[in-house]
Design a protein around this ligand. Structure first.
Ligand code: ASP
Ligand code: MG
Length: 438
């Protein structure tokens, strides 16, 4: 079995959906196709929820405007009158449900139900298109098998059990279509895998079905060696290990959902990134194979806050770090980078929601300094920390840039450097020259 995932832009118009229809059916291989909502839809639904929660009467206008976009899509998508009629009835049904929800008083659980409508619509429209074109396709509802546990994390065992049972009923179906992103929680309510979660759906299905390969189709030729939105000369990377891809996805390479590598790695299922606009390009293949090679990629994560705690009581003291980290645990705030000296510890967080309380609670332990608007520049490769000379190349590239923190040796795949975000562009460009000759 193959698993293909297409993001919002890949199904963003009638023309694009027809193109995807060709991509999934041309090789005659059986596959599960995971789709996101049509591009812009989830953002529009988020906006609708915000307006609704604030009691704004613009809400229904926004709903109708979104519905109109689908009306156009449906007329362009199908060749037959019957196809258009069916498509319209899918759109009607889901927008009726939306309006019904929005006619009730607001309650927080309705948010997830509203957000689910995008994927519910795109998958039905796409399955109908495949059928109209004579392809043996069926819809497998994600809400029948994609489950998260009480911590909001995917419950792989349950997913495995449910999907294998359900797939028995799809033995003679060529193309099985399902929704990305949406799932059920441990109380059975509609939930989701958080924004960008369709990638995660795809690798979870790949792991649960022990697929031959998961292909994530986006609009770029795979993972690039540097951020193509900031640096001009970047190039796609042919091969990455799961570890490298995991670090890159977490540290800002926007092509992949940060958690989506983990299930594939757990079940050793290769993940390939492909470009819908350029299907011939090889893209990036992510596998368990490690090939010690020079630095492979640079990624950057913004919105980082650095906190320094300086204390003379730290000298020869034990238990100091525990007390400090307990504060972060108390506020459920993950720490990304840590560096220590004999009298100070610096660490970085990407979620400043509880910053005030955290500072208040750690202030008894020392003098505190906070730097906001920092960026982590993450340099990734196989065994990069063991290679001679990499450090020298990095520091030569950054010799004009003030470095706030360095983390080296924490993993074999990553060297992280914290800088003020104002120096980010310059850092990425000079690193690109120094490490990749680009
Ligand atoms: N539609 C969802 C989002 O926009 C999930 C996804 O596209 O991956 O976040
Ligand atoms: Mg995405």
């Amino acid at each position: 079995m193959l698993v293909y995932k297409f993001g919002g832009t890949s199904v963003g118009s009638a023309e694009r959906m027809k193109h995807v229809q060709q991509l999934v059916s041309q090789d005659g291989e059986r596959k599960i196709v995971v789709l996101s909502a049509v591009s812009g839809t989830t953002n529009a639904l988020v906006e609708i929820i915000q307006h609704f929660a604030n009691g704004n009467d613009q809400t229904l206008h926004l709903v109708r405007a979104l519905k109109e976009k689908y009306g156009l899509l449906v007329t362009e998508l199908y060749a037959t009158d019957e196809g258009v009629r069916n498509g319209n009835s899918v759109v009607e049904r889901h927008f009726d449900e939306l309006e019904k929800l929005l006619s009730q008083p607001y309650y927080s659980k309705m948010e997830k139900v509203i957000l689910a409508q995008g994927e519910l619509i795109s998958t039905q429209l796409f399955t109908a298109l495949l059928k109209e074109r004579g392809i043996n396709a069926q819809l497998l509802p994600a809400l029948d098998f994609m489950y998260i546990d009480e911590n909001g994390e995917p419950d792989l065992r349950q997913i495995e059990e449910r999907i294998s049972r359900l797939l028995n009923g799809f033995a003679d179906v060529d193309i099985i279509v399902t929704q990305g992103y949406i799932c059920r929680n441990n109380t059975g309510g509609i939930d989701n895998l958080r924004r960008g979660g369709s990638d995660y759906t795809a690798t979870l299905i790949g792991a649960a079905t022990k697929a031959e390969e998961v292909q994530i189709w986006t609009d770029i030729d795979g993972v690039h060696n540097n951020d193509p939105r900031i640096v001009e000369n970047t190039r796609p990377i042919a091969q990455l290990s799961f570890e490298e891809a995991g670090e890159l996805a977490y540290f800002g390479a926007k092509v992949l959902h940060p958690n989506c590598i983990f299930p594939a790695q757990q079940r050793n299922v290769p993940v390939r990134l492909k470009n819908t606009m350029n299907p011939e390009a090889d893209g990036t293949l992510i596998t368990g194979e490690k090939n010690p090679q020079a630095v492979k990629a640079i990624a950057v994560k913004d919105g980082i806050t650095a906190i320094k705690i300086k204390s003379t009581r730290m000298v020869l003291a034990y238990g100091f770090l525990r007390k400090v980290f307990e504060v972060f645990e108390k506020y459920k705030t993950p720490v990304d980078m840590i560096t220590t000296s004999e009298i100070a510890v610096s660490l970085s967080i990407d979620n400043p929601d509880h910053l005030e309380e955290i500072i208040r609670d750690i202030s008894p332990y020392g003098y505190i300094e906070v730097d906001r608007e920092q960026s982590i520049v993450c340099i990734v490769g196989d065994f990069v920390a063991e290679r001679k000379g990499v450090g020298k190349d990095i520091f030569r590239a950054l010799d004009q840039i003030p470095i706030r923190m360095i983390s080296y040796g924490g993993s074999k795949n990553n060297i992280s450097i914290l800088i003020d975000t104002q120096f980010k562009k310059e850092a990425l460009i000079t690193l690109n020259k120094e490490l990749f000759n680009l």
